[in-house]
Ligand binder design. Structure first.
Ligand SMILES: Cc1cc2nc3c(=O)[nH]c(=O)nc-3n(C[C@H](O)[C@H](O)[C@H](O)COP(=O)(O)OP(=O)(O)OC[C@H]3O[C@@H](n4cnc5c(N)ncnc54)[C@H](O)[C@@H]3O)c2cc1C
Length: 435
């Protein structure tokens, strides 16, 4: 491989890198993807729902053979209180029909591997089990990467960094700083086996439909974060994620938070009698728009989690933003390839222009204040959750008290539980997480 030169090198075979590689290979470029896992997907952790709007653009008939678990037609958002929940959600039959709201539970070990095969079919080469440690430079400019293997100097005109959260390579270039504790989420997840029929009965499902249950409030032991349950075919994915800073402040460790979440009276009946199959942990970039890395330079672009493209609000989207950024980086490179292989930073700035017009960047901009809003309203994960249980349980208590005096009493209770302006500010701030 030492003498071979590629048109493009992609570091990381997750959704972002594979999308970039797919677009470039389809356009006839010589592309190599270097993935450190034994196969694509082997190291990838998520909740999760794979949002397939971009996949549908790249491979319109992907559902023919993609290994999806269930289509998500039912979502529920709950605020966990000490002993219960206050929640709401939706279930629509229209989401049980094509395109299935572009929302599928998947197991990444299967799904990413399948995607990588499509990328190979498109003409890219993928080498796995190999870590990229550094760049190769010529006259101060990137001309390839150093992979940890024999003859590991790989030469290429342009490098796409898709090496996920905490991209050491982007950091080497000075494109972003160290991850900070307040804008990084640590997530842990268990995959729990349950018979298929029991999953249907327990979650009220028919056929291949699935659910996504997201839990806020006391789901994370007072830390700023959330918990989740997603149904696969014959397993469920159960996990929590919280900012590292708030975990440290509350002296929590992620494993104990997950155990407490599974033992919560609302969650316990849903995970009962399951057998743990897998346990995994991973970081999530949560800095939002303001912490996006530098996105391009001479001969290099950054995509997906490596750049910080995650919408960790109520919507919990990452896979589709990763694919969109990968796709747009790929398209930018193809354009430069076709126009005389000019990969200067100026030429690659088209990537940013394309991103600015995409749903991915527009969503990042829209929710740019959400992380800070949650940080400033940490009472939502403790004090206000307790108050919520008190007030809602009293409101709905059938105890012979007339409704009007009870309502007046409960309003007073809320207004004296905290500074009314603080409560109002919390209500207004939550807008930033939802709209
Ligand atoms: C607990 C949790 C729950 C989540 N839930 C959801 C969800 O429900 N829905 C959703 O859309 N998103 C979810 N996400 C986010 C989503 O997983 C990511 O946004 C998405 O995987 C990003 O894709 P990516 O390709 O940028 O990075 P990754 O999927 O992380 O891929 C990066 C790849 O690069 C490889 N790599 C890293 N360094 C090197 C190197 N030096 N050399 C070679 N290879 C390297 C890694 O092995 C990996 O395969 C969740 C994340 C977590 C952690």
């Amino acid at each position: 491989m030492a003498d071979e030169k590629f048109d493009a090198i992609v570091v990381g075979g997750g959704p972002a890198g594979l999308s970039a590689a797919y677009v470039m290979a389809k356009a006839g470029m010589q592309v190599i993807v270097v993935e450190r896992g034994d196969y694509c997907g082997s190291k990838n952790v998520f909740g999760g729902i794979f949002f397939t709007n971009v996949m549908k653009e790249l491979i319109p008939d992907f559902l023919k053979d993609a290994p999806v678990e269930r289509n998500v037609s039912k979502r529920r958002f709950s605020f966990l209180t000490p002993t219960g929940e206050v929640g709401g959600g939706f279930k629509f039959d229209r989401f049980n029909k094509e395109p299935f709201n572009n929302s599928f539970t998947v197991l990444r070990a299967k799904f990413d591997r399948w995607f990588s095969e499509k990328v190979e079919e498109a003409g890219a080469m993928i080498i796995t089990g190999t870590v990229v440690d550094d760049f190769l430079l010529k006259d101060g400019k990137i001309c390839g990467v150093k992979a940890r293997m024999e003859d590991g100097d790989l030469y290429g005109d342009v490098v796409v960094l898709a090496d996920g959260v905490n991209s050491l390579l982007a950091k080497k270039l000075g494109f972003h700083n160290e991850l900070s504790a307040e804008s990084t989420i640590v997530g842990v997840k268990e995959t729990i086996a349950l018979p298929e029929e029991r999953i249907r009965d327990r979650f009220g499902l028919t056929g291949n439909e699935g659910v996504a249950y997201e839990y806020f409030g006391m789901a994370t032991g007072g830390a700023i974060g959330s918990g989740f349950i997603y149904t696969n075919k014959d397993t469920i994915s159960v996990g929590i994620g919280a900012t590292i800073k708030s975990m440290l402040e509350h002296k929590l460790n992620p494993n104990d938070v997950l155990e407490a979440f599974k033992a919560h009276p609302v969650v316990a009946p849903l995970v009962r009698d399951g057998e743990q199959k897998e346990y995994s942990a991973h970081l999530i970039p949560d800095g939002g728009y303001d912490k996006l890395s530098k996105l391009y330079g001479d001969n290099v672009l950054v995509v997906g989690d490596a750049a910080g493209f995650v919408n960790a609000t109520l919507f919990h989207e990452g896979t589709n933003l990763a694919m969109e950024s990968g796709k747009l980086a790929g398209q930018t490179v193809v354009e430069s390839f076709n126009k005389g292989k000019n990969y200067s930073a100026e030429a690659l700035s088209q990537y940013k222009t394309r991103l600015d017009n995409s749903f991915a960047m527009r969503d990042m901009k829209q929710f740019r204040g959400s992380g800070k809003a949650l940080e400033h309203n940490s009472k939502l994960f403790g004090k206000y959750a307790v108050l919520m249980e008190d007030v809602v349980s009293e409101l709905f208590a059938v105890d012979g008290e007339a409704k009007w005096p009870k309502e007046v009493r409960l309003v007073k209770k809320v207004l004296t539980a905290d500074n009314p302006f603080a409560l109002l500010k919390t209500a207004l701030d939550m807008r930033k997480v939802i709209v």
